[in-house]
Write a protein that binds this ligand. Structure first.
Ligand code: IMP
Ligand code: MG
Length: 173
């Protein structure tokens, strides 16, 4: 049986949430030029839409973090397979993530970024599964909070599938 896909956020709802986030970020970083660091692969769609709604200039970089474990939960064994390329020393950094679940990925990335001596680091995530948090991490900009479940679409995958869907769905096995 194919999995059931229950709609969570439509294209219009995603666009509205991104506009709201972008307005706050543009206000908070007025007169600054932050470096947005997207976490590959999942955040590539969100980052592309978010930066185009900002009214401030922004530089863009990516890291790729891989967590090895089951398909639907983070194992905590995180590896960085692509490092940052821009010099972020003394710069305001905005980490852009698709979804924060246990928080282990963001915690790992924040530790990784620290030695580069950024001026500040904030985290922007489209989706926050706040109830699943295992480590305390700061999420400054959150688009949407969900309680549980596994989501796909808009960059989010299950076993590399569904990333290209323009909407977000809850995958029910
Ligand atoms: P964390 O380290 O547990 O916070 O997990 C974060 C990472 O796990 C995200 O970057 C996603 O790649 C992946 N992830 C967590 N929850 C989901 C989900 O519901 N759908 C797709 N990927 C998810
Ligand atoms: Mg991800």
């Amino acid at each position: 049986m194919p999995p059931t896909m229950v709609p969570v956020l439509s294209r219009a709802e995603i666009a509205q949430k991104i506009k709201t986030l972008a307005r706050r970020i543009s206000q908070d970083y007025a007169d600054e030029e932050p470096v947005a660091i997207g976490i590959l692969k999942g955040a590539f769609v969100f980052l592309a839409d978010l930066v185009r709604e900002l009214t401030i200039p922004v530089e863009i970089d990516f890291v790729r973090l891989a967590s090895y474990g089951s398909d639907t939960s983070s194992s905590g064994h995180i590896q960085i397979t692509k490092e940052i390329e821009l010099d972020i020393s003394g710069r305001h950094v905005l980490v852009v993530e698709d979804i924060v679940d246990s928080g282990l990925t963001i915690a790992y990335l924040l530790d990784y970024l620290k030695p580069f001596r950024p001026k500040s680091v904030r985290v922007c995530t489209l989706i926050d599964k706040a109830e699943r948090r295992e480590v305390k991490i700061p999420t400054h900009y959150v688009g949407h909070v969900v309680e549980r479940g596994f989501l796909v679409g808009y960059g989010l995958d299950f076993d590399e599938k569904y990333r290209a869907l323009p909407e977000i769905y809850h995958l029910e096995p």
